[in-house]
Design a protein around this ligand. Structure first.
Ligand code: CP3
Length: 344
């Protein structure tokens, strides 16, 4: 398939590109006045259930800022409703689950997920976007550990005491939960790719709070199975987490064509350890609040850390923060394009 702009996909395959492609996690959201206007009429789950609105929200930042990829507008919680969970997204806080998992019995009650039956609106949004987008579309899902953390904690957590407690005390039920979530996310991501998503990202946002030993024991086997099951789809898959410097090797071994590098992991350090494996990252999202010369220095530092190696997708180390000035986003995209072109 040919695109007007396929630099993102070429970088994801590790190929040389005329400039460094850039997109930002959470590039669609509340920092945009246009998004806030749409949010006056629809809640987040309502946007996601209206494919035309989803498509519009997905396209907005690409049009406005010149990103080299679009990410489907949805949330990692979107497939959880169909699995029998009752939840709300609380502004400024995050997802809150009203019927969290407490016992092994609760794990056995999770409904089998079907993308066609439970999230047809997501697949329809992808089909609409594929007719109109001039850049590749990234589909996504939460990773089993990160989803399990919301499902067991009942909401966002600071110390992850409940989810780790369950994992340590109920290892059999934990493995069943991880297998159930893995199967559901394979189904969800496969359906997104079949509907036309050009790439996929797996968000394991909170897995960095585990020790390396616990990651290897309780998470890695499931992640290996997840990535193995996504291989036949033939689209590049990004594997992302935060505060994961100590997990770089086991996460990379578990899978993913592109490894997400968070803000706290030096990009050159990651690249030196990953060989030719493509990477994505890792500008500190707070630099978008800095004076322009400081932002420019930050962008330059990330590009310098990559040192012209092919297979770099520029991104933030984590999502855009609320209150980010849209002009800084526009400037950052421009800087990535112009500075990387000079370098190439
Ligand atoms: O532009 C994009 O990146 C696509 C959309 C997207 C959203 N959530 C929309 C959203 C993506 C990729 C996500 C993923 C997501 N959701 C993750 C993984 C990425 C990460 O940041 O680590 C996680 C952990 C969640 C769970 C979640 N959903 C949180 C923590 C929040 C923020 C709560 C808040 O109010 O600050 C949400 C809500 C959410 N998801 C918003 C958006 C635009 C903001 C709420 C709104 O508009 O009402």
């Amino acid at each position: 398939m040919t695109y007007v702009n396929d630099v993102f996909l070429r970088a994801a395959r590790g190929e040389a590109t005329p400039y460094t492609p850039v997109w930002f996690m959470r590039q669609a959201g509340r920092y945009q006045p246009e998004y806030r206007k749409i949010r006056e009429r629809y809640t987040l789950p309502e946007i996601v259930r209206h494919p035309e609105v989803t498509a519009e929200v997905t396209r907005l930042p690409v049009r406005q800022f010149g990103f080299d990829a679009a990410i489907l507008f949805a949330d990692i919680t979107t497939p959880l409703y169909g699995m029998g969970f009752d939840l709300d997204i609380v502004e400024g806080r995050g997802p809150v689950i009203h019927n969290p998992i407490d016992t092994a019995e609760d794990v056995r009650r999770i409904h089998l997920f079907s993308a066609e039956a439970h999230t047809p609106f997501v697949l329809e949004a992808i089909r609409i976007l594929k007719r109109e987008l001039e850049v590749p579309l990234i589909g996504f899902a939460g990773a089993p550990f990160t989803l399990a953390s919301y499902l067991i904690e009942g909401g966002p957590s600071k110390n992850f005491v409940k989810v780790k407690g369950f994992m340590y005390a109920e290892e059999e039920a934990w493995n069943l939960l991880m297998r159930t979530l893995t199967n559901a996310m394979v189904e969800y991501l496969s359906a997104q790719a079949a509907a036309g998503a050009d790439a996929l990202q797996v968000f394991d946002s909170w897995v960095g709070r585990l020790t390396r030993h616990d990651y290897e024991r309780y998470v890695a086997p499931h992640m290996r199975r997840l990535f193995e099951a996504l291989k036949p789809l033939g689209v590049p898959v990004v594997h992302f987490g935060t505060q994961t410097m100590h997990l770089l090797s086991p996460m990379a071994e578990a899978g993913g064509d592109v490894i997400g590098v968070d803000t706290t992991t030096p990009l050159d350090w990651a690249r030196d350890r990953l060989g030719t494996r493509p990477v994505q990252g890792n500008l500190d999202p707070t630099l978008l609040f800095a004076p322009e010369p400081v932002l420019a220095r930050g962008v330059e530092a990330v590009l310098s850390a990559n040192a012209g190696r092919p297979g770099h997708i520029f991104n933030l180390g984590h999502g855009i923060l609320p209150g980010t000035p849209p002009d800084a986003v526009r400037r950052a995209v421009e800087l990535v394009h112009t500075l990387s072109e000079v370098r190439a």
